[in-house]
Design a protein around this ligand. Structure first.
Ligand code: GDP
Ligand code: MG
Length: 218
């Protein structure tokens, strides 16, 4: 004699499978096409304003992976004299912003320290462009990011974060010091200001679009 089958209860029934909510008032034919997702990286040296940039523009609460800096970092990670930074990004920042009905940007902020460079390869997969954030007082911190994107052949724009509206050097001097070609746009922006970040990202989009059109013609 086998075991008696357990009585069928409502609790035993499998839960209904997930269905996304239907578009308001629409049958399939009238449903809007979702915006095209575009992945953009926000890279640059340590403490230049990458996390601030993603946070300023993201329409969702940004996912951050900040950890308290410890005394082990003293003399290794220099956030600059004007910074009161006490945390550092250990994996990535993530945020998104809808540009219009057809386009949505997904922003991935990288860790700044060159020793985390091995992660950039993964983060860059599928990206169409990058914003390299630079602090004009510590330009050498963004060399590894610029080298990386040049080698990867990924379109990028250098955004000089004007801490308190001040640049230590004007943009021409910055371009010379970074030794970037004329085809690399160089803009000044404020990482804390949403509209300023939006303008810098639109330049990245423009570059990415140029590249896509050129690749299509080739
Ligand atoms: N005064 C000022 N502080 C800024 C600006 N951008 C970032 N910060 C500050 O600089 C520090 C480093 O910024 P964060 O975004 O964490 O740098 P990250 O390491 O590149 O992600 C933080 O304390 C920010 O609040 C800016 O434009 N002006
Ligand atoms: Mg950060």
């Amino acid at each position: 004699m086998g075991r008696a089958a357990p009585p069928a209860t409502a609790a035993a029934a499998p839960p209904p499978s997930y269905r996304p909510p239907a578009a308001a008032g629409g049958t399939g034919a009238h449903r809007r096409t979702p915006p095209i997702p575009v992945k953009i990286l926000v890279a640059g040296g340590f403490g230049v304003g990458k996390t601030t940039t993603v946070g300023a523009i993201s329409e969702i609460v940004p996912l951050t992976t900040e950890a308290e800096m410890t005394i082990a970092g003293i003399g290794v990670d220099d956030p600059g004299q004007r910074s009161d930074k006490t945390t550092t990004t250990v994996a990535m920042d993530f945020g998104c912003v809808t540009i219009d009905r057809s386009l949505k940007l997904y922003l991935f902020g990288t860790p700044g320290q060159a020793r985390f460079g091995f992660m950039w390869e993964d983060l860059a997969r599928g990206a169409l462009g990058a914003l390299v954030v630079a602090d004009s007082a510590r330009l050498d911190d963004c060399y590894p990011a610029i080298d990386f994107f040049e080698r990867a052949g990924l379109p990028f724009v250098v955004g000089v974060n004007a801490f308190d509206g001040q640049l230590a050097h004007d943009l021409n001097a910055v371009r010379w010091a970074l030794a970037i070609g004329e085809h690399v746009p160089l803009v000044q922006f404020d990482a804390r200001d949403r509209l300023s970040v939006r303008d810098a990202l639109l330049v990245v989009l423009d570059r990415a679009l140029d590249r896509a059109i050129r690749d299509k013609r080739a």
